[in-house]
Design a protein around this ligand. Structure first.
Ligand code: GAR
Length: 195
């Protein structure tokens, strides 16, 4: 059974969806805890109300091996899932969990990735560029922005006249449909993964 730590900073729709997906207990993983770097983020209460342990940590805490290593060991975490987490992971985490950190990005990487490209900013850039499609990318995480091996992509049409909010809604539906399933298929079926 894999033990997942979800890292999240925002509304938490992906975190909630992943918690619910694995809560049945027979999909090869369980969410052990949620780590949030924003005390005001909706994700904290949403996950607590599902009975999941939530830690709200400062940027400095997340960058500290003395804080993070005992915490992740205590919860026996062996898989990190970034679900709208807006802080670069420190090298001691990308090194220690190499091949076992997965992120979802709300575009078809390498399009609309990199520093500053997150959440609504991505969808605004997609609309401004006049793209006819966008999508999601699930990828392994290394120590560069949006750079690790791509595990899965799915696309959706951007209609003429779509706003960034319209695009965001379409992308969230793709995330909901695919992200937990891709985590299970990649990490919880006895398959090995490497960065
Ligand atoms: C999601 O759309 C996710 O793909 C995106 O943030 C949103 C978080 O929503 N991640 C990034 O932009 C990472 N660069 P949520 O908090 O409701 O899951």
């Amino acid at each position: 059974m894999r033990r997942i730590a979800i890292f999240a900073s925002g509304r938490g729709s992906n975190a909630v969806n992943i918690i619910k997906y694995f809560s049945c207990g027979d999909r090869g993983a369980a969410v052990a805890l949620v780590i949030c770097n924003n005390p005001k983020a909706e994700v904290t209460e949403r996950c607590r109300s599902l009975g999941v342990h939530v830690e709200v940590l400062s940027r400095a805490d997340i960058n500290s091996p003395e804080v993070m290593c005992p915490l992740l060991e205590k919860h026996e975490v062996d898989l990190i899932v970034l679900a709208g987490f807006l802080q670069m992971l420190p090298p001691f985490l990308t090194g220690r969990f190499a091949g076992n950190i997965v992120n979802i990005h709300p575009s078809l990487l390498p399009r609309f990735g990199g520093k500053g490209m997150y959440g609504r900013h991505v969808h605004e850039a997609v609309v401004a560029a006049g793209e006819s499609e966008t999508g999601i990318t699930v990828h392994l995480v290394n120590d560069k922005y949006d750079d690790g091996r791509i595990l899965f992509q799915a696309s959706v049409a951007v209609a003429p006249g779509d706003t960034a909010a319209d695009v965001e809604h379409k992308v969230h539906l793709l995330e909901k449909a695919h992200f937990p399933r891709v985590i299970a298929a990649t990490f919880c079926r006895g398959e090995s993964s490497e960065s």
